[in-house]
Design a protein around this ligand. Structure first.
Ligand code: ZN
Length: 79
């Protein structure tokens, strides 16, 4: 899995919705990719803030907004 794949799956990963195989791939990537570890960390923190008082899963809208924001962030970064 590359960085793009991680970003694509990151909200599912946080929600625990990923297949075990994909999750393992993602975790293997995180072990050696500082960028994605940072993105995961920041995403987790934003979700904690967003969901502070609601212990419900993220809505589809939040998912897509989050993905768009992350994609934009990565697009600005040199590969
Ligand atoms: Zn990465």
């Amino acid at each position: 899995m590359n960085c793009k794949g991680v970003i694509h799956e990151i909200s599912n990963y946080i929600d625990g919705e990923l297949d075990l195989t994909i999750r393992h791939e993602l975790e293997r990537h995180l072990e050696h990719c500082e960028d994605c570890t940072l993105v995961l960390d920041q995403t987790r923190k934003s979700i904690e803030i967003l969901c502070d008082s609601e212990p419900i899963p993220l809505s589809a809208e939040v998912h897509s907004r989050l993905r768009a924001a992350l994609r934009e962030k990565f697009a600005k970064k040199p590969a």
